[in-house]
Unconditional design. Structure first.
Length: 330
């Protein structure tokens, strides 16, 4: 026999109310509907369960036994509802974030600061996640928000993952500060990549999307770059450029103003990467995710506005804030 928990709870309600009419009222049903349900229960259990009398309804011994189990079902249901409410309350305050280092350094902190002021009880965690893993981390539920980058091509996440555009991050040329192109032209004049065709380059490791984008841009400019040094860190790349042994292509967001370097814009069309925040398509259980994305967009707008000014040298009195010297990988 398949036990119907609804029948157990119905018998508990009849016992508590003392009549079919009162039970029907409690369930917002008609007395006839309750009578039909009792009749079906008695057919299913093959035993009389309810005694109808002029003063209401009482349960038979079998009905009372089943009603006791109905109370257990009610208690379990109430406990489940309370635990679910607690879980949903926790989820509404939980925010698990994954990001790569450049975004963690420059994009995420202002947004998190504002979010924590608005929700000091938020349960926030941040881990270092490469862009290639972001969508999988969201799909499996290990993260609520993943900040990722796509180099030159639109991101195509799985159907159950939503991509929120944040920032267009252009690539800039990093030169030794004694390089002819750094000293013979005004720094607000954009360079053409073909002007660097004969240079030695420090580049992101082969196999990374940033490296593929660099080679594609060089090919369109009519040359094959001579890559002398490879690294997964934009910080390391800029430090090597500062020694004077190579030039590099670095994301504007990842600029560190390394000692001995100059930064020049590239002429349009220039390579870039697009930054996105990934969430589940249905993020209703994590409302802080939507709030964080709005805050990230505000920060991204501020960063983009600051880029409208010409690049300035770090040793200049007007150079402003120097970025933290921490590893910035792609």
């Amino acid at each position: 026999m398949v036990v119907d928990p609804g029948q157990l709870r119905l018998l508990t309600l009849i016992e508590r109310c003392g009549s079919l009419t009162a039970a029907a009222h409690a369930l917002h049903l008609t007395p006839a509907a309750i009578t039909q349900q009792v009749a079906k229960a008695e057919r299913d259990w093959q035993v009389p369960l309810v005694i109808r009398g002029p003063r209401g309804a009482t349960l038979t011994a079998a009905g009372a036994l089943l009603a006791s189990h109905g109370r257990t079902v009610e208690e379990a249901s109430d406990k489940a509802a309370a635990e679910l409410a607690a879980l949903l309350g926790h989820l509404s305050l939980r925010l698990r974030i994954g990001t790569f280092q450049a975004a963690a350094l420059h994009l995420l902190p202002p947004a998190l600061t504002t979010l924590r002021h608005r929700h000091p009880d938020a349960d926030v965690s941040v881990i270092d996640v490469g862009s290639a893993r972001g969508a999988d981390e969201i799909s499996t539920g290990r993260l609520d928000v993943a900040i990722v980058a796509s180099w030159g091509t639109p991101l195509a996440p799985p159907p159950h993952v939503r991509a929120h555009p944040l920032l267009l991050d252009p690539m800039v040329v990093v030169l030794p500060d004694d390089h002819p192109l750094a000293t013979e032209q005004p720094t607000d004049t954009a360079l053409h990549l073909e002007q660097l065709r004969d240079e030695s380059w420090v580049s992101i490791l082969a196999g990374h999307a940033a490296r593929e984008q660099f080679h594609d841009a060089a090919r369109e400019a009519g040359f094959t770059p001579t890559v002398r040094f490879e690294t997964e860190s934009y910080d390391v790349a800029q430090a090597l450029v500062g020694t004077g042994i190579a030039v590099g292509l670095v994301s504007r967001l990842a600029l560190t103003h390394a000692l001995g370097t100059t930064h020049r814009e590239l002429a349009h069309p220039r390579p870039h990467r697009q930054l996105y925040a990934l969430t589940k398509a249905d993020a209703s259980l994590t409302p802080l995710a939507d709030m964080l994305i709005d805050l990230l967009r505000d920060v991204a707008r501020d960063i983009t506005a600051s880029w409208e000014a010409p690049l300035r040298e770090p040793h200049s009195p007007s150079a402003g804030h120097l970025l933290p010297e921490q590893p910035t990988t792609v």
